[in-house]
Design a binder for this molecule. Structure first.
Ligand SMILES: Nc1ncnc2c1ncn2[C@@H]1O[C@H](COP(=O)(O)OP(=O)(O)OP(=O)(O)O)[C@@H](O)[C@H]1O
Length: 367
C-alpha cells in the first residue's frame, strides 16, 4: 500500500494583485513531498488560485500526513494498481470538521501523474494531463478539500475529530495572510515573489513580462489592481500560478489548483480564463509557444462553461463524500438522483442544465 506524505512549504511572499475573489498564488504555492511505497521521495509542486482562506486559525499548517485516517478506509480495490510511483496526490478517507460541523466525511481519491482514480474503482484512470473538476452543492466541502490538498488546512486526525495535525506556524499567521496590495503594480509582484531568488532584477522583470504575455496581458506591468478588470485580475492570478523561478528548477508546479477561477466573470471573460487554464497544461503550449510542464490540475467550480471547456473528469462531492465520478460528458446523463438534481436545478448562477437519461457514470458511496 502506498503511503503518501505531504509536506508543504510556502515559497516566499507574493503580493496580491487584487481580484473580486482574492487570489494569492504566491502564498498558496506549495511544495509537496510524496513518498511512494519504496519511500523514494519525489517532489510535487502545487500552485493554487483560490479565494481568501477563511479563519485558518490553528488549522493552518506546514505539513501533514494524509494517511493518518487511512485505517478507516478500504482501499482493497486499489491493489490492481501495481505501480503507484506516479501518484501525485492521494487523499485517503479524509475527514474535516469545523467545530460541530462535519464537512468532509471520508473523501478518497488519488491523483496520478498518469491518471486519476478513485479508491473504490481503480479502473478510473485518466490519461496523462487530464484535468479534474470538483463540483457539488454549496457548502459541501469542495474548497475545503482543495485547501487540504494545497496544504492550507490539515485534515482531522480521525473521523469526527475537531483536532488537526497542525504544526506550529512560523511566519504565516492568519493575520499575515495577505490581503490586497492596492498600491502595488503588477510588476512589483515579481521582485517580492523572488526575494530569495538568484535571478537578477532584469531577469525577474523579463520573466514577469513574458508570463503576463503568456496569459494574454501584454503591457499591464505598471498597472495597479484598481486599473484591471475582473477578467484581467484572474489572468494575473493565473500568471502568478504558472510563473516560476528559472534559477530553481524544482519550483515548477506539476499540479495547479483552482478554486472557482471564473466566479464573477461574464461569459466571454470566463471563456478566456478557461482556455488559459487549458493552455498552461502539459498537453498544450502557452501563448508564447512554450511547452508547459504542469501535469494536471484540479478545478472547483459551479460554472457549466468551466466544466465544459476546462475539465475532463468530474468528482461530485455531496455531504462530505465523493458520490459520483465520471467523465464530463457522462455527467449530464447520470442517473444518480443527487447528480440529476444538480443537473436540473444547478448549483450556481451558471448552473448545469442538460439532458437527463441513462448513462455510464460511476456511482460511489450512495445508492
Ligand atoms: N475555516 C473554517 N472555519 C469554520 N467553518 C468553515 C471554515 N472553512 C469552511 N467552513 C465551513 O465549511 C463548509 C464547507 O465550506 P467550503 O468552502 O469547503 O464549501 P464549498 O463546497 O466550497 O462551498 P461553495 O460552493 O459555496 O464555495 C461551509 O459550511 C463553511 O462555512
Amino acid at each position: 500500500m502506498t503511503s503518501a506524505i505531504f509536506s508543504s512549504s510556502l515559497l516566499g511572499s507574493f503580493p496580491v494583485v487584487t481580484s473580486t475573489r482574492h487570489c494569492d498564488l504566491g502564498k498558496e504555492r506549495n511544495k509537496f513531498c510524496c513518498f511512494n511505497e519504496k519511500k523514494e521521495q519525489r517532489n510535487v509542486i502545487c500552485a493554487c488560485m483560490a479565494p481568501p482562506t477563511r479563519n485558518l486559525g490553528r488549522d493552518e499548517f506546514h505539513g501533514t500526513k494524509f494517511t493518518e485516517s487511512s485505517k478507516y478506509g478500504n482501499f482493497s480495490k486499489e491493489a490492481k494498481h501495481e505501480n503507484d510511483s506516479d501518484v501525485l496526490i492521494e487523499c485517503r478517507n479524509v475527514y474535516k470538521s469545523f467545530g460541530e460541523k462535519h464537512i468532509l466525511r471520508g473523501v478518497s481519491f488519488k491523483e496520478k501523474k498518469l491518471g486519476f482514480y478513485f479508491s473504490c474503482n481503480g479502473d478510473g484512470d485518466i490519461r496523462h494531463g487530464e484535468a479534474v473538476g470538483i463540483i457539488g452543492p454549496s457548502g459541501t466541502g469542495k474548497s475545503t478539500i482543495l485547501k487540504i490538498i494545497a496544504g492550507l488546512l490539515a485534515p482531522d486526525k480521525q473521523p469526527g475529530s475537531t483536532g488537526s495535525q497542525s504544526k506550529p506556524v512560523q511566519g504565516h499567521s492568519p493575520d499575515r495572510y495577505p490581503g490586497q496590495f492596492p498600491e502595488q503594480s503588477v510588476r512589483l509582484a515579481g521582485p517580492v515573489r523572488y526575494e530569495n531568488s538568484c535571478m537578477s532584477d532584469e531577469q525577474i522583470a523579463q520573466l514577469v513580462t513574458e508570463t503576463l504575455a503568456a496569459v494574454g496581458l501584454k503591457g499591464v506591468e505598471e498597472r495597479l489592481p484598481s486599473e484591471l478588470s475582473g477578467g484581467m485580475k484572474k489572468r494575473v492570478a493565473l500568471a502568478r500560478s504558472i510563473i516560476c523561478d528559472i534559477s530553481k528548477e524544482s519550483i515548477e508546479p506539476e499540479v495547479l489548483l483552482y478554486d472557482e477561477p471564473t466566479a464573477g466573470l461574464d461569459p466571454i471573460a470566463s471563456t478566456v480564463v478557461e482556455d488559459l487554464i487549458r493552455s498552461v497544461h502539459t498537453k498544450g503550449e502557452d501563448a508564447l509557444g512554450k511547452q508547459e510542464k504542469i501535469a494536471s490540475y484540479v478545478v472547483v467550480t459551479h460554472q457549466h462553461s468551466t466544466i465544459r471547456r476546462a475539465v475532463d473528469r468530474l468528482l461530485f462531492l455531496h455531504e462530505g463524500k465523493v458520490v459520483w465520478q465520471g467523465m464530463t460528458e457522462e455527467f449530464t446523463t447520470s442517473t444518480n438522483p443527487i447528480v440529476r438534481q444538480i443537473i436540473v436545478f444547478g448549483t450556481g448562477p451558471d448552473h448545469l442544465v442538460g439532458p437527463v437519461g441513462l448513462g455510464p457514470g460511476r456511482r460511489i458511496g450512495l445508492e
